[in-house]
Design a protein around this ligand. Sequence first.
Ligand SMILES: C[S@@+](CC[C@H](N)C(=O)[O-])C[C@H]1O[C@@H](n2cnc3c(N)ncnc32)[C@H](O)[C@@H]1O
Length: 460
Amino acid sequence: MTGSLELLALTAEQMRALARDERAGVAAALGRELPAELVASRWWLARADLLDADPADEWSAVRLVVRDGTVVANAGFHGPPDADGRVEAGYTVYAAYRRQGIARAVLGQFVEQARRAPSVRLFRLTVAPDNAASQALTLGAGFARVGEQMDDEDGLEEVFELDVSDSVKGGTPVADPSGGNPSGGDPSGADSIGAGTTADNRRWWDAVAPAHAAGSFYDLPGFIAGRDDLRPFEDAELGPVAGLDLAHLQCHLGTDTLSLARRGARVTGLDVSAESTAVARRLAAACGLPADFVTADVRDAVDALGGRDFDVVYTGIGALCWLDDLDAWAGVVASLLRPGGVLYLVEIAPLVEGVWEGGGWQVVTDVVYTGPTPSLAAGSYATGGAPVAEHPVHSRNWSIGAVVTAVANAGLRVELLGEQELTDNPLPWLDRGEDRLCRFPPGTPRYPVTWSLRARRPAS
Ligand SMILES: C[S@@+](CC[C@H](N)C(=O)[O-])C[C@H]1O[C@@H](n2cnc3c(N)ncnc32)[C@H](O)[C@@H]1O
C-alpha cells in the first residue's frame, strides 16, 4: 500500500525559504508541488543553522516523503544526538494519505538510522494524547511511554522512547500499520514520569464501561433482580464470607463484588476506571447493598484503601492480564491481608487465549508467556457492537506458574489450585446452558477454561 517511498532531504536554504513561506522557488527547484499541509515549524531555522555548521549532519534536515512523484508527508529528526545519546523525530502524514502505511514505513527507516548510529542510545517520539493511531504505531514499534510534556506549539504531548543502544541494535520490527501524525514540533520542557500502560488501559476501560453497563453481557437489570454472578465452584473453594471484610481488586462494574455482598461480606471494590466504579456504586444502590467502591490503580491499593486490612482479597476473570508487574501486585495483596486472611482468585485459563482464534481446539497463539501485547481496541467482549473509539491497550497472558510464584514469593501459603472445565465466559465453542454457564459440547475434548487459587497469609 505504501508504494515506493523516497525521503528527499531539504537543504538549509530550502528550509529557510519555507520558513519564510517562499514556496514557489523551492517547489521549482525540487520539481514537485508542495502541498498546503507542508508548513515550516519555527524550529526549522535552527536546524538550517545546524546543517550549515556541519554539512555531514544527517539529523537536522527536513525530509519530504515522496510517493510516485507526490509529496505525501514531511518528516525528520530534530537535530543531532544530545549529550545522552537521544534523538527525536517527528512526522506529518498529510490527510489524504493517512492509514496507508506511510507513517510506519518512515518510522521504520528512522529506527534503522538510529540503530546504525553508534552515538545514538535512545530514540524519542512525542504524540498528541488523542492520537490513538500514532500511539498504537509507536507502541507496536517497540517504544515505551516514558512521560508527558507541554509543548508551546503543540500542547500536551505523550513522550515515547525506544532503546536503540548497542545491546539491542538490530532488534525490534516496526509493526501495526496506521497513518498518523505524531507531533511534528520539536521538544521543549522537561520529562515527567507518565502514567504509562495503566493510563492507556484505564482510558479504554473508561470508554467501554458505560457500554458494558448498558449491554446484555453484564445484564445489570437481571443482576438487580437477583442473579448471582459467582461461578458454582467458588463457594466451596473460598468458603463462607458472611461477616468478613473483603476487598475486590479490579472490580469493574461490581457484579462479582456485590454477589459477595449478597453472601454477607462487607465489601470494598477497587478499580482504576472511574467510569466502572461509578456504575458499581449505582448498582449497589439499586440492589440496596452496602458496599464501598474506590477508584485507584491496584499498585496504590494499600494507600487508596486507607491502610485498612481485610479477611479476604478477591480478584479475577480477566483481571491479572491488565497488570504489568505480578510481584508488585502480590505484594499489595499480602499487605492488604490480615494475618490468617486469604487471597482467592479465579481467572481465565491461559490456554483459552491460545485457542481463541483456532475455534477452541487448535492452538494458534502462543500460550507460553510472551510479554505484553499492545494492540488497538475499539469494542470489547461486552460492548455488543456499541460504538467505542479505538484505544491502545496492553494486556498479557500470564502463565499460572508466574502468578503462583508471585503469590508464594509474597509470603502467602498456597492452599488450593483449581482448574475447571466450565465458565460463565461465553466462549463461542462451548454450549451455554440456561444457568449462563458454558460447558464443552458432548463428545468434544475438554480442558480447563478457568483456574482458581486460594492462598493464605500465615497467622503469625
Ligand atoms: C474484565 S474486568 C475484571 C472484573 C470482573 N471479573 C468482570 O468481569 O467484570 C478488568 C478490570 O480491571 C481493571 N483494571 C485494569 N488495570 C487495573 C489496574 N492497574 N488497577 C486497577 N484496576 C485495573 C479495569 O478497569 C477493569 O474494570
